[in-house]
Design a protein around this ligand. Structure first.
Ligand SMILES: CC(C)(COP(=O)(O)OP(=O)(O)OC[C@H]1O[C@@H](n2cnc3c(N)ncnc32)[C@H](O)[C@@H]1OP(=O)(O)O)[C@@H](O)C(=O)NCCC(=O)NCCS
Length: 202
């Protein structure tokens, strides 16, 4: 993986994505302890204490992350936090037939008041551009619980291909779909929407 210096910051028509910083603990913990947000994520909502500890660890680790980040999604015209999107090393899904160990996966969580406004898809686009153009990944994967239709729809809009089998299990034993977006396909679907996303490296 090539070295990519600095903290990548992205801007789209409506959004600004920045890496984690001290002060984000409360917001991250709010999402990870919200039963609605966590309905289809891992084992469900964390306790407030566990969510805060997890958030603190993630923020501390940010300084050591060179390529793969969690980005806070804010609005360009006001600094309200809507959620986060991340690229992370694959983990937590068991697949006996496919080698997924080297894969990078896309993930996201939004506060419920921001759902169904196209924010997740808009935020994911510059992150995918970064994954394919800066990190030169061949593909990005994503997993959704089979009943997480909202998330599956986001991935469909991004043109991930849902794999036919659904033998994947997350770390809580839930059945998941595997979704894959290949760099070759991504390059063929670059359109005005994706072109509007801007990568800023600082
Ligand atoms: C999944 C999540 C990030 C989606 O964010 P979002 O900003 O609402 O996503 P978008 O608005 O870009 O797209 C949502 C799509 O789902 C559709 N949708 C919403 N509710 C739906 C339902 N019950 N059934 C089918 N489709 C539904 C919307 O209509 C929209 O599709 P459209 O643009 O074609 O109309 C958000 O719901 C969330 O944070 N959920 C909790 C955390 C989570 O599940 N993360 C993913 C783990 S894999």
């Amino acid at each position: 993986m090539p070295k990519f210096s600095g903290n990548p910051v992205f801007e789209t028509c409506r959004l600004r994505l920045r890496t984690l910083q001290p002060g984000d603990e409360e917001f991250l913990a709010l999402l990870d302890s919200d039963p609605e947000v966590m309905q289809y994520v891992h084992s469900g909502p964390l306790s407030r204490h566990a969510a805060l500890e997890f958030a603190k660890t993630q923020i501390e680790l940010t300084q050591y992350r060179q390529h793969l980040h969690k980005w806070i999604i804010e609005f360009r015209d006001h600094p309200i936090q809507a959620g986060w999107v991340e690229l992370s090393k694959f983990e937590g899904v068991f697949d006996p037939e496919h080698s997924l160990g080297d894969d990078i996966s896309l993930g996201y969580e939004l506060a419920p008041s921001f759902w169904n406004k196209g924010i997740a898809a808009e935020a994911a686009r510059p992150v995918l551009a970064y994954a394919f153009e800066a990190l030169k990944l061949n593909r990005v994967v994503a997993f959704t619980r089979i009943d997480n239709v909202r998330s599956a729809r986001v991935l469909e809009k991004l043109e991930f291909q849902q794999q036919a089998r659904r033998h994947h299990k997350d770390d809580a034993g839930n059945e998941c779909w595997l979704h894959v977006l290949w760099a070759t396909h991504w390059r063929t679907i670059l359109d005005d929407k994706q072109g509007a996303s801007l990568i800023v490296d600082r």
